[in-house]
Design a protein around this ligand. Structure first.
Ligand code: ADP
Ligand code: MG
Length: 608
């Protein structure tokens, strides 16, 4: 036994080292690619002609829009397919203002920011339906909006020039020739890359991905979808309209037929083939989609075919897009026969016992019906701080539903809930984390496409104080906060025994490991009250023992634990109190010994 433990810990130590080395190497490759891209972009005019410089300019302008849209589509997972509308608004606003169609002509340097403000306003208007509508309906509203904008541009002749159009803005020197304009657009594209990469790295970026792939878990971690999405819509709208102003500068004349649906699709598909949740993937996607029609030009008749073919190949052969191709770190094989090795002794220092918050959770006579089914029928229970309260019962007896009521996903028809001295509001799941309430789920709700560490960091969403603007500009306050969050997440991963897998993409892990990630994520807020929904399901007996010790260590820090479980051995081994549910009603409640001896419980659930 002891030799096996030594072998295991040696393996864990080695794989931890391998993981750190791989991380360093991946940072080095990233820096290499970044430098290569800069050299290539800056050097383009020296090795090519005006034709390619104008193509480069077009790619840079599109990227200004796509970088913002990427946060909406690639990170938040919202199907905004009609973003050409915001490009149109930006192009016309800039052109109308510089041409003096409404007021006296103004400088393009003033017109571009005004266009961005317009874009920000319309970005929110177009985005708002996403907070209520399901994906496809939202996609249709963005498309409808794009049609309306083009129709207005056509009809409002006195301002937009209708079908004839209006002249695009003239750029002042030194940006008035091809080369100057190229470097201007390139510089702006670089700034946009930096800004959106800052958001992607911040808690807002991981929050967006959490909303996309694990919305319910995101809410439980205190992430509010609307609070998160609105600043993103503002940013994406502003960038899109700014890009529109530059786009108008590229055209001598701005006419409605320049803003086609194909252009909108190009923006969207660049992100799709680039890969969701990546910055560099969609950037490469944009470059490919801008260059492709040029290369395919000699085969004019075939260009659409090639375009469609490439798209199919990429979507079918690499569903993760270009980003997955670039993810060298996750190609390395993981150690086989991994074991989770929790280091629970470190927990007390991370989540010090907060004696002032001696909060008990009490449910009083809770009733919840689904149609004619009384899923919970008069449940009363109390979970004291520092105690482990087991909740057991046959499948369908209402255990998960009880947790969902406490979490605020369901509002009970009857009964009261209090936590400490105050009532817990019904509904409002995203307000639980700030009250110190955390949970895990019966089916782990984890984001597969990001690293284990990033998943755990999502749990600390409510701990961040830096606002969106501070994150956008990577202000020192936000950086320090992010580092603290990361250090805490790494420490908690060591506590649950997954430190060596911190930088691995989560969808490569085993099911049992996901359960421990969820616990680490829940511990990020140093919860006063923790709900665990069947954490031992799918675990080996060795892992169940380690889980038991971990739960005991958590409650020893003063956290009240409500443990839903089918493994009654675990329940009887670690719980202070047990409540047994059957058909939504409490069948019995008491100490483990009392429950073990309870006749009805033995007959109905434990078996003779
Ligand atoms: P347990 O976790 O104890 O296995 P649940 O709490 O998931 O049981 O379910 C309790 C009862 O409520 C079951 O009869 C289940 O079918 C019903 N139920 C749970 N969620 C819903 C829902 N969203 N809509 C309708 N019925 C539901
Ligand atoms: Mg359940």
């Amino acid at each position: 036994m002891s030799t096996q433990t030594t072998a295991n810990s040696a393996e864990v130590a080695i794989s931890a080292q391998v993981s750190i080395l791989a991380k360093q190497q991946s940072v080095r490759t990233q820096v290499f690619w970044l430098l290569a891209a800069i050299v290539l972009a800056v050097g383009l005019p020296f090795v090519s002609n005006d034709y390619w410089v104008s193509i480069g300019t077009r790619a840079a302008i599109y990227w200004v829009l796509i970088s913002g849209l990427n946060l909406v589509v690639g990170f938040a997972g919202q199907l905004a397919i009609g973003y050409v509308a915001l490009l149109t608004i930006g192009a016309y606003t800039t052109s109308v203002l510089t041409a003096g169609k409404v007021f006296d002509p103004i400088s393009v340097w003033l017109a571009l920011p005004i266009a961005s403000v317009m874009g920000a306003i319309f970005g929110v208007i177009v985005g708002l339906p996403a907070l209520r509508l399901r994906t496809f309906y939202f996609a249709m509203t963005t498309l409808g909006f794009a049609t309306i904008v083009t129709q207005i541009a056509l009809a409002w002749q006195s301002v937009t020039g209708g079908g004839i159009g209006i002249p695009g803005p003239e750029m002042p020197a030194p940006f008035d020739d091809n080369l100057g304009f190229y470097y201007l657009c390139l510089g702006l594209a670089a700034v946009c890359t930096w800004l959106t990469a800052n958001i992607a790295r911040s808690r807002f970026g991981s929050g967006l991905i959490a909303v996309r792939d694990a919305e319910v878990a995101a809410e439980a971690c205190g992430i509010s979808k609307s609070h998160l999405l609105i600043p993103v819509f503002i940013l994406a709208g502003a960038l899109a309209a700014f890009s529109g102003g530059l786009f108008a500068g590229l055209q001598t004349y701005v006419t409605p037929d320049a803003f086609t649906f194909e252009l909108s699709l190009l923006f969207f598909i660049s992100i799709l083939i680039g890969g969701r949740g990546s910055i560099y993937g969609p950037m490469i996607g944009t470059i490919i989609l801008v260059i492709l029609p040029e290369i395919a030009a000699p085969l004019a008749a075939w260009s659409t075919f090639l375009y469609a073919f490439l798209l199919l190949v990429i979507v079918l052969a690499m569903p993760g897009g270009i980003a997955v191709l670039l993810d060298f770190n996750n190609r390395r094989p993981l150690a086989k026969h991994r074991t989770v090795a929790p280091e629970t002794q470190m927990l007390a220092a991370l989540n010090p016992h907060n004696r002032s918050s001696n909060n008990s959770l009490t449910l009083q006579d809770i009733v919840l019906t689904f149609g004619s089914v009384r899923a919970i029928d008069g449940v009363t229970l109390e979970v004291k701080p520092g105690k482990i309260h087991g909740l057991i019962g046959p499948n369908g007896s209402g255990k998960t539903t009880t947790l969902n009521v406490i979490s605020g996903y369901y509002s009970p028809n009857q009964g009261t809930m209090t936590f400490g001295q105050t009532a817990l509001p019904t509904g409002l799941p995203h307000l639980r984390a700030s009250r110190g309430i955390a949970r895990t789920f019966q089916t782990p709700r984890i984001v597969g496409e990001i690293s284990v560490l990033e998943n755990v960091m999502i749990g600390g969403a409510t701990k961040g104080k830096a606002n969106f603007l501070e994150a956008l500009l990577a202000m020192p306050k936000e950086k320090a906060e992010r580092k603290a969050l990361k250090d805490r997440a790494l420490a908690l991963l060591a506590v649950v025994g997954l430190g060596s897998l911190a930088h691995v993409r989560t969808d490569r892990l085993q099911h049992s490991e996901l359960r421990f990630i969820e616990i680490a994520r829940a511990l990020m807020i140093a919860p006063d009250f923790l709900m665990l929904d069947e954490p031992a399901a799918g675990l080996s007996s060795d892992e169940i023992n380690k889980l038991g010790a971990l739960i005991q260590a958590i409650s020893a820090c003063g956290t009240g634990v409500l443990l839903v479980e089918h493994h009654v051995d675990l329940i009887f081994a670690i719980c202070d109190d047990v409540t047994v549910l059957n058909l939504g009603k409490i069948l019995a409640a008491g100490t483990p010994d009392e429950i073990r001896a309870h006749k009805e419980v033995v007959n109905a659930y434990l078996g003779g």
